[in-house]
Design a protein around this ligand. Structure first.
Ligand SMILES: [Zn+2]
Length: 330
């Protein structure tokens, strides 16, 4: 067992929702400051309380009501990056939501984004962690709102905003209804990912690749139910942003040992390790490493290989990748 070692390894994360990374104490503190009553979303022990994925989405949105302006997002970004850095993460891509940052108004979005970027620069200086943003339309808010979100993404595409990736309730609507948003982002030079194959099966993973042309899939793990698809993903080099702790916390798999990440990896699919919404799912990147080490006996070499694979799949520019590659080798 090398569980004590793997926690310390330098890590790359590609799938983290910024608001979903909010420590509960941080959200509670904001609620107190602003006299917002969201007491119902916490357990006695201070953790977030929810019963299932759909209730989790409600609790998530309730927590977001405390994030009332750019300054709150600046503080949130610092709080989230502090947690990631403590886990050994040196590079992270976070999903950013214009829905929660000014209601998809482009002018407001620019102000929120400036605050998030300011925090990211500070964290890079003081904590040695680099952040890039993936703008995320929320599927259950519908294709019309997704268009406005995609326009926010396209108008701010650059060194910091590097991708578009749809999240939210996978059972709401069809992915093809969001094709306009993905085309808009692609034309602006953004890289593409989509949540699929978490709550729906292999067909949804096929739809993400076919209808949206994404190069990465958020989760995608239920591809394992169709081995022909697994072979296709391996051949195509599609990257899966696996979030084992999230899947276990939400009951998709009974435990880490039952999670398909190891088999997908063995079958040649490019898997990566991520936390999704870490405090909601009682996890951190360090814990994900430790649990995977215990479940599959993965050693330092395996984790280093997957970190390099994640960096290859990152949406940032080549200079940033080269800088992070040095940190991974250290
Ligand atoms: Zn996610």
């Amino acid at each position: 067992m090398k569980g004590h070692n793997v926690r310390e390894l330098p890590k790359v994360e590609l799938h983290l929702h910024l608001e979903g990374g909010a420590p509960p104490t941080f959200i509670k503190g904001l609620a107190r400051e602003k006299h917002i009553d969201i007491g119902g979303i916490f357990n006695e022990d201070g953790s977030y309380r929810f019963s299932d994925f759909w209730n989790f989405l409600k609790v998530y949105e309730a927590a977001c009501t405390t994030l009332t302006g750019p300054e709150e997002f600046r503080r949130l970004t610092l709080a989230v990056l502090e947690e990631s850095a403590a886990s050994g993460v040196v590079y992270t891509e976070a999903f950013l939501s214009p829905d929660f940052c000014g209601g998809r108004d482009l002018g407001a979005w620019r102000e929120y984004l400036a605050a998030i970027e300011e925090a990211a620069s500070e964290a890079e200086r003081t904590m040695g962690i680099t952040l890039r943003g993936i703008v995320t339309p929320i599927r259950h808010f519908g294709p019309e709102k997704a268009r406005e979100t995609a326009i926010c993404a396209a108008e701010t595409a650059g060194d910091f905003v590097v991708g578009l990736g749809i999240g939210g309730d996978e059972k709401a609507g069809e992915l093809k209804d969001f094709a306009w948003s993905f085309d808009c982002a692609r034309e602006a030079g953004l890289r593409l990912t989509a949540h699929a194959g978490e709550w729906k099966g292999p067909e949804e993973v096929r739809a993400a690749v076919r209808d949206l042309g994404v190069e990465r899939i958020g989760h995608g793990v239920r591809a394992i139910e169709d081995l022909a698809l697994v072979d296709e993903l391996a051949e195509r080099g599609t990257v899966l942003e696996c979030c084992p702790g999230s899947n276990v916390a939400l009951g998709i798999y009974p435990g880490f040992r039952a999670h398909p990440i190891s088999e997908l990896d063995r079958r040649g699919v490019k898997v990566t390790i991520n936390t999704d919404d870490p405090p909601f799912f009682h996890t951190t990147m360090a814990r994900e490493y430790e649990m995977l080490n215990r479940a599959f006996d993965w050693d330092d070499g395996q984790f280093r290989r997957l970190a390099t694979q994640a960096l290859d799949a990152a949406f940032c520019d080549a200079d940033t990748k080269a800088k992070i590659a040095n940190l991974l080798e250290a």
